[in-house]
Design a protein around this ligand. Structure first.
Ligand SMILES: [Fe+2]
Ligand SMILES: [Fe+2]
Length: 294
């Protein structure tokens, strides 16, 4: 099949597609069938390019932020709904953050009942990366830094300094991001909106958004709190907003006592065009596996 080939070095099947003269890697797969499926899905999406023509996002420059998946403690139903929506939207940029949990490297007490293994976690997350790339062949995809991802660096520095210089342990290499043409960045400042994971946490939805806006002095989208909210501010220098983007992880992990005040969701910032500072933005709730958006 066109766009699918066997890579002798890795022993895997590679799929790719060319859209508007640009080649997009769709991932490496153990079986020919999986690679063919990735290619066929990408072809379908390429043809469907007009899907959003009647939506409020049509003809605009759309950026989606999907955060706090915490694989392998992700909520599959919420992810399925979010990715289905994103596939239809075909955003220009997809920002991913805190996809991995890296629980085994956590400095917090480890529950022996959590019998996960780090390689399994990496494999599941890579599966999601493959899927996002295959379903959005034209999108610029960015993974931003987060505290869970940083657990690897802290672990190495604390327990295995001798290994910390290994290139194969750098995030881009360990997560095999280049295979899916995924960029790894601290954060993304696009026009006048900042996309980052964040490290502040206040108790109620919206309180962290207020603090982030105060600290950064510009509009933005962050995660980390697992809560969903949007706040606005207008002052002499202009109009600002900040979004807390919810999460895609399980809502009731065992280390939370009582009911966790977390919400499933993601965020969209829709610019008038690629170079415009004018936009509308919204947190998008996912309730019982369904995306709620007008
Ligand atoms: Fe998180
Ligand atoms: Fe976080």
């Amino acid at each position: 099949m066109k766009g699918v080939r066997y890579d002798k070095d890795s022993g895997k099947y590679q799929a790719q597609i060319t859209v508007q003269g640009k080649k997009y890697a769709l991932g490496r797969f153990d079986t020919l069938l999986e690679a063919q499926y990735a290619r066929l899905s990408a072809e379908e999406e390429k043809e469907k390019g007009t899907f959003i023509k009647n939506s409020i996002f049509a003809g605009r420059y759309n950026i989606v932020s999907l955060g706090d998946w915490h694989v392998p403690y992700e909520n599959r139903e919420a992810i399925k709904a979010a990715l289905k929506f994103v596939e239809k939207l075909q955003p220009n940029i997809i920002v991913l953050h805190e996809v991995h949990d890296f629980y085994k490297l956590s400095r917090f007490d480890k529950d022996p009942d959590r019998r996960d293994n780090l390689q399994t976690e990496l494999d599941i997350a890579t599966g999601y990366f493959n899927q996002v790339r295959a379903e959005n062949p034209d999108a610029r995809i960015i993974l931003t830094k987060s505290n869970h991802l940083d657990r690897l660096r802290r672990y190495l520095w604390a327990n295995a300094q001798g290994l910390s210089s290994l290139r194969s342990l750098e995030i881009e290499n360990l997560l095999n991001l280049r295979a899916n043409n995924i960029e790894y960045m601290e954060s993304l400042l696009y026009n006048n909106v900042l996309f980052k994971h964040g490290n502040l946490v206040s108790k109620e939805a919206g309180m962290t958004a207020r603090r982030e806006l105060q600290a950064e002095g510009l509009s933005g989208v962050s995660g980390h709190t697992h809560r969903l909210a949007q706040i606005y501010r207008r002052d002499r220098s202009g109009n600002y907003m900040w979004i807390e983007g919810g999460c895609l992880c399980q809502l009731q992990p065992e280390y939370i006592e009582g009911v966790s005040n977390w919400q499933h969701g993601f965020s969209i910032v829709s610019f008038d065009n690629e170079d415009s500072n004018k936009y509308f933005a919204m947190p998008v709730p996912i309730i019982d596996g369904e995306v709620f958006i007008c």
